[in-house]
Design a protein around this ligand. Structure first.
Ligand code: FES
Length: 152
């Protein structure tokens, strides 16, 4: 759980480096699972950037979350090899069956759905990652099985 003091410690550790904004955002997300909106003015003050500038960077990069993730993260690969093997249909299926869009978390707070751009598993496209595990040749049916395994 983040606090303003813990966020400040992450900022202070990196703020003197050139181009500190991205490393700070990564450090905060790695530590707390997301970048709390409350951290934006703190980061802006430390780097002498406006809130709009900091917010712009956060929203530009798909990687950053602005809300706490669910217990599990399901990433679907949207890069080319996976798209050519049906990842668009897979993501439509995931969004419909979980009832969330990308960056959304299911109502029970179990699963956060995220896009990802190549998992290095192109030969077995389409690929998804659940936590640290990469799964290949994922059909909608296989995805359903993986999801039910996650939540039981
Ligand atoms: Fe999906 Fe490489 S394009 S794993």
């Amino acid at each position: 759980q983040w606090t303003p003091e813990l966020i400040q410690a992450e900022i202070d550790a990196l703020k003197h480096k050139p181009g500190a904004l991205l490393p700070i955002l990564h450090a905060i997300q790695d530590k707390f699972g997301y970048v709390p909106p409350e951290a934006v003015p703190q980061i802006g003050d430390a780097l002498q950037q406006t809130r709009a500038e900091v917010h712009g960077v956060i929203s530009f990069y798909h990687h950053f979350r602005t809300a706490a993730p669910g217990t599990h993260t399901l990433q679907i690969c949207r890069a080319e090899a996976c798209q050519s093997m049906g990842s668009r249909a897979l993501e439509a299926h995931a969004k419909a069956s979980l009832g969330v869009d990308y960056h959304g978390t299911t109502a029970d707070r179990e699963i956060t759905l995220e896009p990802v751009y190549c998992l290095g598993n192109c030969a077995c496209a389409p690929s998804v990652r659940i936590g640290d595990d990469i799964h290949g040749r994922v059909t909608p049916e296989k995805l359903d099985r993986l999801v039910s395994r996650m939540t039981t």
